[in-house]
Write a protein that binds this ligand. Sequence first.
Ligand code: S3P
Length: 180
Amino acid sequence: MKEARNIVLTGFMGTGKTSVGKTLAEWVTFEFSDMDAIIEKEEGKTVPEIFAEKGEAYFRQKESEVAQRLARGNKQVIATGGGTVKDPKNMEALKEAGIIVCLTASVDTILQRTAAEGERPLLDASGDDRRAAIEKLLAEREALYKEVDYTIDTDGKTPDDVAGEIFSRFEMDSVMLPSF
Ligand code: S3P
């Protein structure tokens, strides 16, 4: 039997990590920890500003620090950034910390959701159009998004639908939530 000391949401941009994470955290009364939001607060800048002013390497270093710190905590739903999977050390720590759920979506859905949300440094700086940039990054990361405990497709689903599916899967496998 596995215990979900923390629930970690991973997946590409636009797969709903933040909205599903908030719903899940409310349902199980865990703290909601959104890695991008924590980085933005600590840096006093938005993610696009950090990329533009300090570069991706700086952002990744900060992201790793936050992943390691959160992995030491308990009873959190952690929404990672889409690129957190790229550093094996991040995932090693987060796997130790709890159950990893990867949210997925079709390229069309990702395109729609990321367009609605505005600036995305990695998609906009590539020189490709957004669809091509998404396809390329998804292909690069495909294997990394598969190294998880659960994969849940989010196409056409609300955050409540997805959170409900995650719980059904936990129930089927007798995944326990911490009792402390
Ligand atoms: C990134 C995803 C973003 C953010 C940054 C880099 C990525 O997070 O961390 O722009 O490399 O996929 P979301 O997945 O929450 O949009």
